[in-house]
Design a protein around this ligand. Structure first.
Ligand code: ADP
Ligand code: MG
Length: 252
């Protein structure tokens, strides 16, 4: 199967000289949850921000190597970055609903994209809320404030907001960091369903979540990809001592 995303010999250095990624290569297949785990400052968020070129917003950085999305170099001249960011959509750690109603949150991006027809908007709202496993909880109060939702509901709303724009890849950087175990479970379950249609990259909040949620996992340390493979294999038979030390809690 062809990779949805292929990272090839990627190096990335910030303006102050911090090398955040060192010779990283990986392949993400479609319809999988690909987990990037490792201690803080190992380069996970840097890699996620490169995937849809949010990294362009940081000045003075240096990059070598390539990222291919459906075989196309995302850094090539002429790439439509707005479209790239719709197709590879990012959900952040702290759910940040927009002021306004639940419905407003979902139609905002669609209206920006030029969709005005009421029945198309309603259809997208319903579909994306169902996909994010939130519909049943909010269908009777679409016009009430998004701020009244619980933490887990807000995060599923943010996932639904990404989905409304019909992305191909969902990138989630520690999406359950502020959530209680029950809300975390609801978000994880929505991801298991979503991978049937999308490709998902996830930075988990714990090794346990990495083991639960990941199909493929990659262990990052100090900007290097130490090892990657099927979750069941990496967690039961890590090949590298550093991976073993991390998953058994010797550091982190
Ligand atoms: P992780 O997500 O695994 O915690 P990051 O990608 O955030 O790791 O960070 C990797 C390295 O890059 C760290 O050393 C971090 O301090 C550094 N870094 C991240 N963002 C910036 C920035 N904007 N400027 C300078 N250094 C940064
Ligand atoms: Mg991070």
């Amino acid at each position: 199967m062809d990779a949805k995303i292929a990272v090839e010999n990627l190096y990335f250095t910030y303006a102050d000289g911090t090398e955040a990624l060192h010779d990283v290569s990986l392949k993400v297949l479609p319809n999988q949850i690909y987990v990037l785990f490792g201690p803080a400052r190992s380069g996970k968020s840097t890699l996620l921000r490169l995937l849809n070129r949010l990294s362009d917003l940081t000045e003075g950085t240096q990059r070598q190597g390539s990222i291919l999305f459906d075989g196309q170099d995302i850094f090539a001249r002429g790439v439509d970055v707005t479209d790239l960011r719709r197709r590879i959509s990012m959900v952040f750690a702290i759910p940040t609903p927009l002021p306004g109603s639940i419905r407003d949150n979902l139609v905002y991006g669609l209206k920006m994209a030029g969709i005005k027809n009421r029945s198309i908007l309603d259809e997208r709202v319903e579909r994306s809320l169902k996909q994010a496993a939130l519909w049943d909880e909010v269908k009777d109060r679409l016009n009430s404030s998004a701020f009244a939702l619980s933490g887990g509901q807000k995060q599923r709303l943010c996932i639904a907001r990404s989905l409304a724009l019909e992305p191909e890849v969902l990138v989630l950087d520690n999406p359950t960091s502020g959530l209680d175990p029950l809300s975390t479970a609801t978000v994880e379950e929505s991801l298991y369903k979503l991978k049937q249609q999308y490709t998902i990259l996830l930075v988990p909040h714990s090794v346990q979540q990495a083991a639960r949620a990941g199909d493929q996992v990659a262990f990052f340390l100090n900007g290097e990809l130490v090892e990657c493979g099927k979750a069941a294999e990496v967690f039961s038979r890590p090949k590298d001592q550093r991976t073993e030390d991390y998953i058994t809690g010797r550091f982190g």
